[in-house]
Design a protein around this ligand. Structure first.
Ligand SMILES: Cc1cc2nc3c(=O)[nH]c(=O)nc-3n(C[C@H](O)[C@H](O)[C@H](O)COP(=O)(O)OP(=O)(O)OC[C@H]3O[C@@H](n4cnc5c(N)ncnc54)[C@H](O)[C@@H]3O)c2cc1C
Length: 393
């Protein structure tokens, strides 16, 4: 396994993930009620407005039902709901200890199985062999190596950390996006596979964009940077004009609507202005809001357009600066049920793909909570099995 990041950052955005979506026929200690495979598949198709295939939806939904047993067989556990620390959920289960603990368990299982992981190693290019022995060129700590293999699984994510590629759809607004996860998801492998004739799946508009605190780090701030409670205040652009006044509750759908509204605002910067009273009920946030009772803070951190609003002038408001935070992109590779890319002309045997690089086969437009890790686990298992069988054949 070749990983561009240092060991501490291994596993990309799964480090930040909390839950996965899974079908199940009855309530268990980690998931409520029941969620039939057919309902999961129907949810996928209706969220995508019919723009994904029924066959792929069925494969993901059916494979999701095996996730708990597979995780447990590899030392990773789901969190029981009885402790009361996780939200009520019928369709998703939460990883005990979060994504980082999940990954640590899976890397330990991989080591036990004899799988080597080479860190700090970016795959620069793929070379497709005529006799189906492929090669990859790897930059390993500034040493260039070529590694040959009969089969390859491309699982290098989307291109959300590549501003140049994001600009192709978002224009210069992309310069002001904050990347919520890994800086290593640049889409280099994806672009090469497209150039080599792999069919795309998805749309450049498909991505997960949510409001994050404008003071967040450029990369890897994770879930604590998301700003909730937009419906409990007013969201203004830097000139003090109210942006879209949204849906009543903090639904996941609302987060992504707000992400796009902020992306379309001048300078991609907006301000959530709330009455100080909300502090009592507001979720704890990593960055405290700016308290307008402090004239110094209000003057130095809040633009003039916002300072003129009543709630700020009278010092009764709190202000949170917002930017669009991108979690992942959806445009990727089209694959068949065995996780093989579909090629436009010359087919290339021995190449497989899994994870967010193939997200476009499963989500279009509306993202369903927990889908990302489910795509990674279900299609990762298929791609791994098929790549191993191909290599041994
Ligand atoms: C803050 C945050 C919270 C999230 N929470 C959830 C959640 O609760 N539930 C959920 O289902 N999903 C969640 N997601 C979505 C998450 O991105 C996916 O679910 C999934 O876990 C990640 O998929 P991936 O491994 O395919 O891609 P990525 O996470 O993008 O990983 C790509 C990997 O490929 C490596 N790589 C890239 N290019 C190269 C190269 N050229 N050479 C070598 N290595 C390379 C990267 O270093 C990285 O390890 C969240 C995402 C973020 C950012």
């Amino acid at each position: 396994m070749i990983e561009a990041s240092p060991k501490d950052f291994r596993g990309g955005n799964t480090r930040h993930a909390r839950n996965c979506r899974l079908a199940h026929s009855q309530e268990s200690s980690f998931v409520r009620a029941h969620y039939p495979i057919s309902e999961f598949a129907t949810d996928l198709l209706s969220a995508a407005n019919g723009r994904i295939s029924q066959e792929m939806a069925n494969i993901l939904a059916a494979g999701s039902a095996e996730i708990p047993a597979w995780l447990s067989a590899h030392g990773a556990l789901l969190q029981p709901w009885a402790g009361g620390q996780i939200p009520w959920s019928r369709k998703t289960a939460f990883f005990l200890g979060g994504g980082k603990t999940l990954l640590n368990a899976l890397y330990a299982a991989a080591r036990k199985a004899g799988i080597d992981v080479i860190y700090d190693s970016e795959v620069l290019s793929l070379h497709f062999g005529n006799s189906a022995l492929h090669e990859v060129t790897v930059d390993h700590d500034s040493q260039i190596e070529r590694i040959a293999s009969r089969s390859i699984v491309a699982c290098s994510g989307g291109y959300q950390a590549n501003v140049g590629r994001l600009r192709e759809y978002w224009g210069h607004a992309a310069d002001n996006f904050i990347v919520r996860g890994s800086r290593y998801a640049t889409g280099r492998i994806l672009a090469q596979l497209w150039s080599a004739g792999a069919e795309p799946a998805g749309d450049p508009a498909d991505c997960h964009l949510v409001p994050v605190d404008a003071r967040s780090p450029q990369f890897d701030g994770g879930i604590v940077t998301r700003v909730d409670g937009l419906a409990d205040g007013v969201v203004l652009d830097g000139f003090g004009r109210q942006l879209y006044s949204g849906l009543p509750a903090d639904t996941p759908r609302q987060f992504s609507i707000w992400g796009r509204v902020i992306a379309a605002s001048p300078g991609q910067c907006a301000y959530l202005v709330q009455n100080r009273d909300v502090l009592a009920s507001r979720h704890a946030s990593f960055f405290p809001p700016i308290d307008t009772a402090s004239a110094a803070a209000a003057t130095s951190l809040i633009p003039a357009g916002i300072r003129q609003s009543d709630i700020v002038r009278t010092g009764t408001g709190i202000v949170t600066p917002l930017r669009p935070g991108i979690s992942f992109t959806g445009l990727g590779l089209k694959v068949d049920p065995l996780a093989r890319p579909i090629w436009r002309s010359v087919g290339r045997a021995g190449i497989f793909a899994a994870g967010m690089i193939i997200a476009g086969n499963f989500f279009r437009g509306k993202y369903l909570s927990g889908l990302g890790t489910t795509i990674g686990i279900v299609l990762g298992r298929i791609a791994g099995r098929e790549a191993a069988q191909y290599a041994l054949s």
